[in-house]
Write a protein that binds this ligand. Sequence first.
Ligand code: FAD
Length: 355
Amino acid sequence: MDVDVAVVGAGQAGLAAGYHLRRTGLDFVLLDDQPQPGGAWQHYWDSLRLFSPAAHSPLPGWWMPEQPGAEFPTARHVVDYLSAYEQRYQLPIYRPVRVATVHERGPRLELTTDQGLWRTRAVISATGTWSHPHVPRYPGGDTYQGRQLHTVHYRSGHEFEGQRVVIVGGGNSAAQILAEVSQYAETLWVARREPRFMPDDIDGRVLFDVATRSMATRAQGMDDTVDVSRLGDIVMVPSVRAARSRGVLKAHPMFEALTSTGVVWGQGREQWACDAVIWCTGFRPALGHLAGMDLFDVSGHIPTTGTRAHHDPRVHLLGYGDWTGRASSTIIGAGRTAKAAVRELAERVGPPRYP
Ligand code: FAD
C-alpha cells in the first residue's frame, strides 16, 4: 500500500503524531504490533500510577479526563484514555502489524511488515523502549538458580510473599517496586550510584510546569538555565515515602557477581542469599526496524536535529527521550515534539495527494 507518511508505533507518541498528521490532509497510517491500544501503558505493573494528575498529562486536542476518586490516575486509566483518543480522532491504525524493516527505495521508503509491504514518502518512528529492556551482564548471571526478571515482567509484590529479593537500579521503577515488594518480602536494594531523591513536595506537576517554562524560554530564543534533573531522579510518590518511613529505602553498593544462590561482594567474602533478582535497569530505544538504513553513528545512536534523523530527513523519531525533544517520552511532551515533527515533514513531503 502507498501512503505519504507511515508512523511506526501507536503508543502516546504515535497518537500525538497522528493527531497532527490528521490536520495536514496528508495520507498516513499508524502501524502498531500490539493487538490492543495503549502502547506501553497496557503492560505496566498493577499498582503503577501517573506522577501527576490527569490535567497535567494531555495529548494534543483533548485533555485526559479525571479518574473518579484518584488524583493520580492508574495505568489502566491512561490505556482507556489512549483508546478513546484514537477513536475520537479516527486515526487510521492497523494492528497488530509488526514493522520488521524500513529500506530506502529511491524517493520512497519501503516498510516490510508481517502483514505485507507499505511504501511511503516519510516515516515517523515512535516504537518506544518497553519492548527493549536492558539487563546488564554480571559474572555468574547464568549460574544463578533463583528467579531473574526485569521491570517489564513485574506485576505485583504478592508474587514474592515470604521471599528474599534483590532489587537492582537507582531510578523510579526500582524505588517503586522496592516500596511494594518490601511489604511482602525481605528486600535488598542495590544501585551503582547513590540514588538521588527529589524533595518530597516535587511531583509530576512541578516537573511538567518547570519543563513547560523552560520550553517557553527556549522558544523565545533565550538560554534555558532550568535543569530539572538537578533536583534528583526519584519522585517521592506516596508508596516511596511510606517505604522510607518503614526504613527500607536504603540502597547498598552494587554486587560484584551472582552465585547459584545469591549475590556477592568483595570477591565472594560477603554474600546475600536470595530467591529472586529484579532488574530495574532501564530500557533502550526499540530501533531494530531501522537497522537497514544508514542512520546510525559508530556508537549505535541515531543523531538527530530535533526529531529529524541527520542522515535521512524523511525519517523522524518521536518519544525516545530527551534526544528527540524535551520530555518527549512523557505524555504532554510527546504532543509538543510531534507537532514540530509533523510540521517539518509536511513541508518536506509537499502538498497532500488527496487535499
Ligand atoms: P510506547 O508506549 O512503548 O508505544 C510504542 C508502540 O510501538 C507500542 O505499542 C509497541 O508495541 C509498538 N512497536 C514497537 N516496535 C514496533 C514495530 N517494530 N512495529 C510496530 N509496532 C512497534 N510518562 C508520563 O507522562 N507520566 C508518568 O507518570 C509516567 N510514568 C512512567 C512510569 C514508568 C515506570 C515508566 C516506565 C514510564 C513512565 N512514563 C510516564 C513514560 C511513558 O509511559 C513512556 O515513556 C511512554 O509509554 C512511551 O510512549 P511511546 O509512545 O514513546 O512508546
